[in-house]
Design a binder for this molecule. Structure first.
Ligand code: SAM
Ligand code: SF4
Length: 346
């Protein structure tokens, strides 16, 4: 799936390398979510269909192209990169790529989001390669339910992956749980207790209306994070904190534990005013906003001018003029049909 290019003529809020990326609304862009592949070994019901199709291999960015994009962004003041997908751990040669990106001057945080299925094998190599923090998606602790939500996932394998990540000594490990009304809302407390027992963090995420997901019924399954928080607060003391990671999560602490619990609510609370991020898809589209089509084809530019980081930086800086002020993913809003979350990188 592709989206149209942003128009050629646009304001250029800043195009000077070194000036940093600032959009028309004064927001400084310091965070890139870089998708390494659109492919995945799971088929989560809210993310893609059972028979999801993927881009031809030639259309995906090569390692050199991914490294060039990371280089251009860090040269423009981006200091945090999240590797995502699809399933980033399924990308061949991942560890070499991690070493290349981690070594970029100016990058202070290299982090990754994974479904955990391949983590047992790769956790310590990722840590050694310079990944500081890791997010693992985990929507259920019941093997049968986990298999049905992911359509083929093995819970035991993911749990071994989480233990391997803990043993590897990441600075922070966070679980991400998408809560669906008719599927797993009864596991909110179990998931929180699991995170407490492992002394790791947990964020609950509202399902968002992205892409074609087949028989999964979206409106029926929407369960707002306010409800999740109420369910949890009935059983656990939640103390609000002002901590932020610059994203859409609101955080709470549980007294006497290390665990931080976040509630990510793009649908029921707007978070665009503080947006500090952009995304690049595995096919090299620079997405300026999760909920809007505005995008720029970086792959064509890279293939027309291989290795020309100056040109790439200029194009990225100019594209900031097209970053929209915000998006509306609220309840009742039509699905963003043009791309799946696995293409946008979460
Ligand atoms: N495959 C990896 C994983 O699952 O962690 C990384 C990519 S996945 C697209 C990133 C995050 O997006 C996951 O935590 C996943 O649960 C979440 N996600 C996918 N589709 C979503 C949707 N429609 N609404 C909300 N979150 C979604
Ligand atoms: Fe794969 Fe992640 Fe999408 Fe699940 S949420 S299908 S693991 S990309």
């Amino acid at each position: 799936m592709t989206t149209p290019d942003i128009p050629a003529e646009r304001p250029r809020p800043n195009a000077l390398p070194g000036a940093g990326l600032i959009d028309r609304f004064g927001r400084r862009i310091t965070y890139l979510r870089l998708s390494l592949t659109d492919r995945c070994n799971f088929r989560c019901v809210y993310c893609m269909t059972q028979d999801a199709r993927f881009a031809h291999q030639d259309r995906l960015l090569s390692h050199d192209e991914l490294a060039a994009i990371a280089t251009a962004f860090t040269g423009l003041g981006v200091h945090k990169i999240r590797l995502t997908g699809g399933e980033p751990l399924a990308r061949p040669g991942l560890i070499q790529l991690v070493h290349r990106i981690a070594a970029l001057p100016g990058l202070s945080e290299l982090v990754i989001t994974t479904n955990g299925s391949l983590l047992e094998r790769w956790a310590s190599d990722l840590r050694d390669g310079g990944v500081r923090r890791i997010n693992v998606s985990l929507d259920s602790l019941r093997p049968e339910r986990f298999r049905s939500l992911t359509r083929n996932g093995d819970l035991a394998q993911v749990l071994r992956g989480i233990d391997a990540a803990i043993a590897a000594g990441f600075e922070r490990i966070k679980l991400n749980a998408v809560i669906l009304r008719d599927r797993n809302r009864d596991e909110v407390l179990d998931l929180a207790r699991f995170a407490l027992a492992k002394a790791i963090n947990l964020s609950f995420i509202e399902a968002m209306p992205f892409g074609e997901v087949g028989e999964h019924d979206r409106p029926e399954n929407y369960y707002p994070v306010d409800r999740i928080r109420e369910d949890l607060a009935a059983e656990l003391p939640l103390v609000p904190t002002t901590e932020t990671t610059g994203g859409p999560a609101r955080y709470y602490r549980i007294p006497g534990s290390q665990t931080r619990i976040g509630f990510i609510s793009p649908r029921s609370h707007g978070f665009c005013a503080d947006c500090n991020r952009v995304r690049v898809t595995a096919e090299g589209r620079l997405l300026l906003c999760l909920g809007n089509e505005h995008s720029l084809d970086l792959r064509s530019l890279l293939r027309a001018h291989p290795g020309d980081i100056t040109r790439l930086r200029g194009a990225i800086a100019a594209a900031m003029g097209a970053k929209p002020e915000g998006c509306d993913l609220g309840p009742g809003i039509a699905p963003i049909a043009f791309r799946r979350m696995s293409e946008a990188g979460g």
